[in-house]
Design a protein around this ligand. Structure first.
Ligand SMILES: Cc1cc2nc3c(=O)[nH]c(=O)nc-3n(C[C@H](O)[C@H](O)[C@H](O)COP(=O)(O)OP(=O)(O)OC[C@H]3O[C@@H](n4cnc5c(N)ncnc54)[C@H](O)[C@@H]3O)c2cc1C
Length: 541
């Protein structure tokens, strides 16, 4: 993925399909379309996965909650997709058992939950050995001794998957590029071009150079998540259904401050449900769900958001005694939901919908990270039907397309690679958990990172490994700023704030050398990283 070469080609060529938005929805559409043989382009105004697709709960899940809302079709689709996405990237979409404690006067109660989970497993076709297990009160407390024991009446354990949303998006984008899609980040669509009142292209501003150019395409798809209505306004087609944005916040604490034994999904007294998910050296907790009308480019965690989550944890795990001082990072994202009159934030459906304007703009909104493949299939089917029916193109084949780094026959092969790399990293004085992190984020691509590390080590192993990952991000993943790397390629901003805080300068220096920045540019980039490191721990009013 070479950004400058792609931009030159975007200016010159015309495309069957141009996708606006480089989150998971856009990336999924680009992959499906390019794989079916459409000449495909994608532009993203920030970095890939800048929006909601790097700020979710990072679960590939069926959405147990949606069963309560009787959304059977949605649960069946996303539930069934879990095992498929796991097969496509077994290192990155990892099985995770979820504990669901049950309480006397909250939630659905023991019998309804038992039936509900049975339906959940049945709809998603979960294998017998992974199906839900109901637990007695004592068993539940054995699973999770930190729970407030006098409240718990029983529990259940059921199967979900954990992922890294931004890396999943980047891997899909890389595969789309490999299949022929031309993709570019920091390219903002500012207007549409029309021929006979039909959209036939877009005007784009390159945010790196401030230059503007146009791209020609037979069909344009608006996959801009929370920004979908902004493009519909430019297209003068924001009629009928509209978006309803709700904000969700997660906070991150060191694992030892909330050492839950497995992921847990618990009721809080206001009737909502919250996840606490252990991930290596940290546990993350979320999410909130509040209406949002503020600045979409800069969605922040407020003191109230953080307080709500801390309070929920302390109510459920009284010995935790979490305080603001325990929070070492956080993120806030927007759900691009479709407005339904009279429904509150958490009652709104998570279903995706496609809107078509009179001028031929196709917009897709709603949906889940988990359902990206099926959403893409629906959009590309519609694109084919509208304009390319006569072409003898292949049907959707993404169910068989292993994502980069994901060619493992089974999960035990993932473990084998971890063990092999732990040995190589150990020889460089790096701890075994580095190998686990590396393999879970990059799969077999970890081998390239470790080769690079062995060839370029300076005696500061922790920093050397970060720089080897930065090299990979610049060389193969179109990272163009240190923040692209720290936030969306490596997750360090969220999951290892103390470590990345120590190594900001060498990372910025490395990018400055690679991109030949002036001292002034280098200082600006350093300031941006410093501000980002502050913003995830200093909350707004
Ligand atoms: C708090 C929270 C938790 C969630 N948890 C889960 C979960 O655990 N599992 C799950 O399956 N789903 C989850 N979801 C839902 C899921 O994250 C989203 O449905 C999904 O990420 C949306 O992806 P998207 O590509 O549609 O939007 P985004 O990821 O927001 O992508 C849209 C992109 O369009 C770009 N863009 C905007 N305007 C322009 C323009 N003019 N030109 C070019 N580009 C533009 C933006 O910069 C952005 O990167 C969660 C959502 C939230 C908010």
């Amino acid at each position: 993925m070479n950004r400058s070469a792609n931009i030159e080609a975007l200016k010159k060529e015309s495309f069957d399909l141009l996708i606006v938005g480089g989150g998971i929805t856009g990336a999924g559409i680009a992959l499906d379309a390019a794989a079916r043989g459409l000449k495909t382009a994608l532009v993203e105004k920030n970095d890939f996965a800048f929006g909601t697709s790097s700020r979710s709960t990072k679960l590939i899940h069926g959405g147990l909650r949606y069963l309560k809302q009787l959304e059977f079709a949605l649960v069946k689709e996303v539930g069934s997709e879990r095992a498929i996405v796991h097969r496509l990237a077994p290192h990155l979409v990892v099985p995770e058992k979820m504990l669901l404690p049950l309480y006397e006067k909250r939630g659905l109660g023991y019998w309804l939950t038992s039936v509900g989970l049975k339906i959940y497993d049945w709809l998603a076709g979960v294998k017998a050995e992974d199906q839900r297990k109901m637990l007695t009160r004592l068993q539940t407390l054995n699973y999770e001794p930190l729970l407030k024991s006098d409240d718990v009446r029983g529990g259940a354990i059921y199967a979900e998957y954990r992922t890294d949303d931004a890396r999943l998006t980047i891997e899909i984008m890389k595969l789309a590029a490999h299949k022929g899609a031309l993709v570019g980040n920091y390219l903002s669509v500012t207007d549409f071009h029309y021929t006979n009142n039909q959209v036939t292209g877009v005007q784009v501003t390159d945010l790196m150079t401030k230059g503007s150019f146009s791209i020609k395409a037979t069909i344009v798809v608006n996959a801009t998540g929370p920004w979908v209505d902004e493009l519909r306004v430019i297209n003068q087609s924001r009629q009928g259904k509209q978006l309803h944005l709700t904000k969700g916040v997660h906070i991150v604490v060191p694992f030892h401050r909330l050492p839950v034994r497995q992921a847990i999904y618990f009721d809080v007294p206001d009737g909502r449900m919250i996840f606490a998910i252990p991930r290596g050296r940290i546990t993350y907790i979320g999410t909130t769900d509040t209406d949002y009308t503020g600045d979409k480019e800069n969605v922040t965690t407020t003191l109230d958001d953080a307080h709500y989550l801390i309070h929920a944890v302390n109510e459920t795990f009284p010995s935790a005694l979490l305080t603001f001082a325990d929070i070492e990072s956080s993120w806030a994202g927007l759900r691009p939901l479709i407005h339904e009159e009279g429904k509150s934030a958490s009652e709104l459906s998570r279903k995706d919908e496609i809107f078509e304007s009179d001028t031929g703009l196709i917009s897709i909104a709603g949906g889940k990270l988990t359902g990206y493949r099926k959403m893409a299939e629906r959009v590309v089917d519609r694109v084919m039907e509208l304009k390319f029916e006569e072409r003898n193109v292949r049907p959707c084949e993404t169910e068989q397309m292993i994502l980069p780094g994901g060619d493992f026959k089974s999960y035990s092969e993932v473990k084998k690679l971890e063990a092999e790399l732990a040995g190589r990293l150990g020889a460089l004085n790096l701890r075994g958990n580095e190998a686990t992190n590396l393999v879970h984020l990059y799969g077999r691509q970890s081998l390239q990172i470790v080769d690079r590390l062995e060839a370029h080590h300076t005696g500061q192993p922790e920093c050397d490994l970060i720089l080897a990952k930065a090299w990979f991000a610049i060389t193969f993943e179109m990272a163009v700023t240190p923040l692209d790397f720290i936030t969306r390629r490596s997750g360090l901003l969220y999951f290892n704030h103390p470590k990345i805080s120590r190594w900001v300068q060498p990372v910025v220096d490395y990018f400055a050398t690679e991109f030949r920045w002036s001292e002034e540019e280098k200082e600006q980039q350093f300031d941006q990283v410093t501000k980002a490191l502050q913003s995830v721990i200093h909350f707004t009013q």
